[in-house]
Design a protein around this ligand. Structure first.
Ligand code: ADP
Length: 524
């Protein structure tokens, strides 16, 4: 069996990884027996209900971002594996005898059971997520895992409510004719779902929950940085009673696994979450046969603090808006606009919050800020900090790498920034916030807040309800949080204006991503 090193890790890191032992450091001793067993068995891909090796036999290494150690091996799928997975999904969709014929209530029960099993295995999933992605275990357990279960539970109820309408026709050229016309909502078909590494389990849930509920069949590709919880979720889906071929999972790299999936002629629809850059490649790949597409992409979200904000709530809220998940959130509140009356106090407060954060491996239950997911991500984020400083900004807290082991970055507040700087315009995807002042709540503030190619999320902090709603109406973003941030719920649609994407995740709105509307017109 051939093992390929991950493209972005240096030889030096790989050598260091191989020399290290897995146990006895950075919280690994806290892993349960189930998790140890899971990671020590080479992971496989799921095709037509069977866990198999990739056709090439190639695998890749999965790292612990807190140490750079290799923790597991996963299959490196290529075009051939993707083709087998798509064919299995196609058969499962086209064959009307099992999945398509299943009663909606039964399909809903399977989706709901997936939610139940996620809760049953919650501790194990939280450990795996924290180990693979680096996020604090406390967050993985309280947020990622529970929200994933919620999503399946919420979606399951729609399986029996995918309703159409009856239509009253007024056809002018068939005088006297009577019609019975109605619409139906039908599953879109075989769906290719490509997800990122920042919330590996939750992003899989956001994608699988609605697609299964709608009766689609799926080929899921998790990110190469974090394949573990998606594989475990695949096992859970099979345990919940999903028929063979309905869900297929291929692990591997973007170019060799993701690209063939996005362009495969057997796929009817692609659902992608990730960078805007890769989103554009997906659009190109899917354009050959005009696949349906939904895209949840990057962001550079404005977070606006007015003079009348309740600072006791606002300062920790605005700090957590950027530092949550190490800033590796597409919705992170990464551009702070602070009204001049409270500017100094807010900057001082957020910098103090940042300096007090406990940085450490995700598996340590006291950790508040884990590592970046990979070496390449750490280098990208520290590169942005350097670029900000080179352009004249300075750091009120942080400003570089933390320690010299693992992929940690200090939580950083950049001040003296200008709207044209790279750090203000581009998505950093790390714990780095850029702050500027504004004088009045006027058109100029709105213009600055909307001065971005992105439009994913935004925040407003004020005690004036009228200012809050007026401003909420003028921000060009898919979500506006008022006096809170990063609040996600299965019932609340999430997605972007502008280059932050197409379509919405979650809520009833996501069903549009996975259903076709059919009109049936009967002359009586
Ligand atoms: P991030 O910026 O969050 O790392 P990416 O957009 O690079 O996200 O990756 C998100 C997902 O897209 C991952 O599963 C990755 O493997 C996949 N991916 C990367 N490049 C391509 C590509 N050219 N075609 C399809 N999928 C890709």
């Amino acid at each position: 069996m051939l093992t390929v090193a991950r493209k972005h890790d240096t030889t030096e890191t790989n050598n260091r990884c191989e020399e290290k032992k897995m146990d006895g450091s950075k919280g690994l001793e806290t892993l349960s027996a189930e998790v140890r067993k899971f990671i020590s068995t080479p992971k496989k891909i799921l095709i037509d209900g069977q866990w198999v090796n990739s056709k090439s036999g190639e695998t890749f290494e999965v790292y612990n971002p807190a140490t750079g150690e290799v923790i597991a091996h996963a299959q490196s799928s290529n075009k051939e594996d993707v083709d087998l997975a798509v064919k299995a999904a196609r058969r499962a969709f086209d064959d009307h005898s099992v999945w398509r014929k299943m009663l909606p209530s039964e399909r809903g029960r399977i989706v709901s059971r997936i939610g139940d099993l996620i809760l049953k295995y919650a501790d194990e999933l939280a450990q795996l997520e924290s180990l693979d992605n680096g996020k604090p275990i406390s967050v993985a357990r309280a947020a990622d895992v529970v929200l994933s279960a919620d999503l399946f539970h919420y979606m399951s109820g729609f399986a029996t409510k995918l309703e159409g309408q009856t239509l009253a026709l007024s056809v002018p050229f068939t005088p006297g004719a009577e019609y019975h016309a109605y619409t139906k909502r039908e599953p879109i078909g075989v769906v290719g779902q490509i997800i990122p590494w920042n919330f590996p389990l939750l992003m899989a849930a956001w994608k699988l929950g609605p697609a299964l509920t709608c009766g689609c069949t799926i080929v899921l590709k998790p990110a190469e940085e974090t394949p573990l919880t998606a594989i475990r979720l695949g096992e859970i889906c099979m345990e919940a009673g999903l028929p063979n071929g309905v869900l297929n999972i291929v692990t591997g790299f973007g170019e060799t696994t993701g690209a063939p999936l996005a362009g495969h002629p057997g796929v009817d629809k692609v659902a992608f979450t990730g960078s805007t850059e890769v989103g554009k490649l997906i659009v190109k790949a899917a354009s050959n046969d005009l696949k349906k597409l939904s895209l949840e992409l990057g962001g550079k979200s404005p977070n606006i603090i007015l003079n009348d904000a309740d600072l006791e709530r606002t300062i920790p809220g605005a700090a957590s808006a950027i530092f949550f998940n190490g800033g590796q959130c597409c919705a992170a509140g990464s551009r702070l606009y602070i009204q001049e009356g409270v500017y100094d106090e807010v900057i001082e407060g957020i910098a103090k919050y940042a300096k007090a954060m406990k940085i450490g491996p995700g598996l340590d239950p006291t950790t508040e800020l884990g590592p970046m997911v990979s070496q390449i991500q750490m280098e990208k984020v520290t590169g942005y900090i350097t670029s900000g400083k080179d352009e004249g900004a300075s750091a009120a807290s942080g400003g570089g790498r933390h320690g010299n082991e693992g992929y940690f970055v200090q939580p950083t507040v950049m001040v003296n920034t200008k709207d044209t700087m790279k750090v203000v315009q581009e998505e950093i995807f790390g714990p780095v916030v850029v702050a500027t002042k504004f004088k009045d709540l006027d058109d100029e503030l709105v213009r600055r807040a909307n001065d971005s190619v992105f439009g994913l999320a935004s925040g407003i902090w004020t005690q004036d309800i009228s200012k809050a709603h007026k401003l909420a109406g003028r921000i060009r973003a898919g979500t506006v949080w008022v006096n809170c941030y990063n609040i996600f719920d299965a019932s609340m649609p999430f997605g972007g204006f502008k280059q932050s994407g197409w379509g919405r995740e979650m809520g009833a709105a996501v069903l549009n991503n996975y259903l076709e509307n059919k009109s049936v017109c009967v002359m009586l």
